[in-house]
Design a protein around this ligand. Structure first.
Ligand SMILES: Nc1ncnc2c1ncn2[C@@H]1O[C@H](COP(=O)(O)OP(=O)(O)OP(=O)(O)O)[C@@H](O)[C@H]1O
Length: 253
């Protein structure tokens, strides 16, 4: 089943310059779909279009077969429980004035009445926060700290815990480990895979790092200057028929 279906997506910030040029792909339930491409090719713009925070010039974005590309924020709001995002800089994603506990409870409190959770259970705020911290392998005593009292890796685990808390159908992961040191990067990528497998949440995993994308994803899309130039199953990365640009990216890693 497709949770997300994008067809002919076109975006321009300035009149005639296409930043996204007829992008088409689908995201299946529970899979990790990788998107790789060099800086400035349009990856984050694509993420923002999918998340409904950018207007688009042309094309369709369907969530469970429902077109969402032209919905007002009011109409899109109840659908937001189906998708979440994790970005590169966890510090920018967490409110510095709120404790980790408060940040973790945010999405649940926003969608409480419309949620039916399969994996987590909300018996009390404290018990819920404990489950989330445990899921991302953080000690429960972090709950009462503020973001500045956590390491970068711990903060990113908190943003991941917050994203999975409402068990969305998919999460857009936009360079989720780019701000972390190499050891934390590996640990966070492994955690994300474990969570995907146990919770059944699909990922659109965006990175300029082909090795990370290959490690995480079942399918890979390659983007260059606003166009998808290659799409293939992860085990076909080294196949001869790869686009010449994909081969260039392989040669760099
Ligand atoms: N708000 C904006 N207004 C005008 N142009 C923009 C805006 N955001 C991005 N762009 C331009 O759109 C193009 C794609 O940018 P985007 O951030 O989507 O690329 P990216 O692949 O995510 O890059 P990076 O990996 O460096 O984050 C770039 O040329 C960028 O300068």
């Amino acid at each position: 089943m497709s949770v997300l279906d994008v067809q002919g997506l076109t975006k321009a910030y300035k009149k005639d310059k296409l930043v996204l040029d007829h992008i088409s792909f689908h995201l299946e339930a529970g899979e990790c779909l990788g998107l790789v491409g060099e800086s400035g090719c349009g990856k984050s713009t694509l993420a923002r279009c999918v998340l409904g925070v950018e207007t688009i010039k042309d094309g369709h974005i369907r969530l469970f077969d429902e077109p969402i590309q032209h919905l007002s924020e009011k109409k899109l709001r109840p659908l937001r429980k189906h998708f979440q995002a994790v970005f590169q800089h966890p510090t920018a994603s967490l409110n510095p004035k709120r404790t980790i506990r408060e940040s973790l409870l945010d999405p649940y409190q926003q969608f409480e009445k419309e949620l039916s959770l399969a994996h987590f259970s909300f018996t009390s705020p404290d018990a819920f926060v404990r489950q989330l911290l445990e899921a991302v392998e953080l000690p429960e005593e972090l709950a009462n700290r503020y973001p500045h009292e956590l390491s970068g890796g711990q903060k990113q685990r908190v943003t991941i815990a917050r994203a999975i808390s409402i068990e969305p159908a998919f999460i857009v992961l936009d360079e989720p480990t780019a701000s972390l040191d190499v050891l934390s990067q590996g640990a966070v990528l492994a955690l994300l895979t474990t969570l995907r497998q146990s919770l059944g949440i699909a990922y659109l995993f965006i990175s300029h790092d082909l090795a990370a994308v290959h490690q995480m994803s079942q399918r890979i899309m390659v983007m260059k200057e606003g166009k998808l130039v290659d799409q293939f199953s992860s085990d076909e990365l080294m196949a001869n028929e790869r686009d010449s640009y994909t081969k260039e990216l392989i040669a760099i890693f």
